[in-house]
Design a protein around this ligand. Structure first.
Ligand code: KG4
Ligand code: ZN
Length: 390
């Protein structure tokens, strides 16, 4: 099955073409085309993602990325005008600033579809104006080409991101720690498509805390990689440890998290020691604080996951979401699983850790296998900013 997948839930516009085969036990994937455009430069000046700008950028970039992946997959053939008839025409129609790609009636007869069987598109969670752009683009293409369009849950995409291209096998029961800019949750998975959230953040998500702490330290958006870089410097250069931040909810008797207090502790630390001016902190002082923040996050994540592993029969530990791009967190969990026999750790490559559309294709393929009826459902796809895993 060849899947065209589209992801526009936040500030990455991503389109890919993935060929999938095999059953639920051992799915196999080959990435035929993959294009991603990061809007970071657009949003940097605001210190965070601006939904209406994100929407506009997605609408501009989607047709361009689509052409790119069709070319990569050798499905876009300039010499064969009947393949994607008059690209300029389809591009003009699809590239609408309002993000509503609906004006395609006269194209339906002209366009011969490429060798794609199904389109999958993220329908949530995320920023609704941004999600709608992807959904209407996907719906328009589905109509033009006469193929099904199926919705995908972005967080299910992150879970599926641990499946590498080639074939990969996940043993159940599994537990997933999802750590992204909008989510921090521990999810029990008995089989594909069956999720139970057993713990989550009561306030800020981990990635959000990274981003906010970076801002307090005067570092650019997105803050995660910046914090990680200077924390690493503190470790390598053996900068003395002074800052001592709290480890929120580390001893609570549940699998929930809270990160907003940790961010506030950083705020107070800068207020009390540097008169609330991060500019007056030396590089070493910033690095020390970033390291202690990162250590606090790691300790809390490890403790919760460890306690779940100690109390449950788990065959696979999945860690996914943008924050798993963090080297310290990757290393700490790799170390932790060594203590457990027969526990398989699955983390995505760094490339598939942060938002991308390959993971959306992976998740959709598994969904088609687990629930084949969705292919024929053909119901209107609705953006849902708060879509939950279930
Ligand atoms: O999954 P993702 O790309 O988007 C969401 O679904 O939210 O995650 C983005 C989050 C951002 O908060 C970003 O700062 C964080 O992942 N992040 C990192 C690192 N790389 C990205 N956090 C810590 N260390 C990193 N290296
Ligand atoms: Zn994400």
């Amino acid at each position: 099955m060849k899947i065209l997948s589209i992801e526009t839930s936040c500030d990455e516009t991503a389109v890919s073409i993935v060929e999938a085969s095999g059953g639920l036990e051992s799915p196999s994937f080959s990435i035929l085309g993959n294009a991603i455009f990061s809007q970071i430069e657009t949003h940097k000046q605001y210190g965070g993602v601006f939904p209406m700008l994100a929407k506009r950028e997605h609408a501009k970039k989607l047709p361009i990325l689509l052409k790119e992946v069709l070319e990569q997959a050798k499905m876009y053939d300039n010499s064969n005008i009947s393949n994607i008839v008059e690209w300029g025409e389809i591009e003009n129609i699809l590239k609408r600033e309002d993000g509503l790609f609906t004006d395609f009636k006269d194209l339906t007869e002209k366009i011969v579809k490429p060798d794609i069987d199904v389109i999958s598109v993220t329908s949530g969670p995320g920023l609704e104006p941004a999600l709608w752009v992807g959904i209407s683009f996907a719906t328009a293409l589905g109509k033009i080409w006469g193929i099904p369009v199926i919705p995908a849950n972005h967080m299910e995409g992150h879970i599926a991101s641990v499946l590498t291209s080639g074939s990969s096998h996940i043993q159940f029961p599994a537990v997933a720690l999802l750590i992204s800019g909008g989510h921090t949750e521990i999810v029990e998975i008995q089989k594909w498509g069956e999720y139970k959230i057993i713990g989550q953040t009561l306030d800020d998500a981990v990635g959000e805390a990274f981003d906010k702490v970076a801002r307090l330290l005067g570092l650019p958006y997105p803050g995660g990689p910046e914090i990680s870089k200077i924390a690493e410097n503190a470790r390598n250069n053996q900068v003395g440890k002074i800052a001592k931040l709290p480890r929120p909810m580390i001893n609570s008797n549940n699998y929930n998290f809270s990160f907003s207090g940790l961010k506030t502790a950083v705020l107070y630390y800068i207020r009390d020691h540097f008169n609330s001016k991060s500019e007056s902190m030396s590089e070493n002082e910033k690095a020390d604080l970033a390291r202690d923040f990162e250590d606090a996050v790691v300790e809390v994540l490890l403790k919760k996951v460890k306690s779940f592993l100690d109390n449950n029969n788990v065959k696979t530990l999945i860690i996914a979401g943008g924050v798993i791009a963090n080297t310290k967190i990757r290393e700490s969990f790799t170390e932790l699983v060594k203590k457990y026999h027969d526990l398989d750790l699955k983390i995505p490559t760094k490339e598939l850790s942060t938002d991308n559309s390959v993971m959306i294709a992976f998740a959709s393929y598994l969904k088609c296998l687990a629930f084949p009826e969705i292919i024929n459902e053909n119901s209107k796809i609705i953006a849902n900013g708060n879509l939950k895993l279930k």
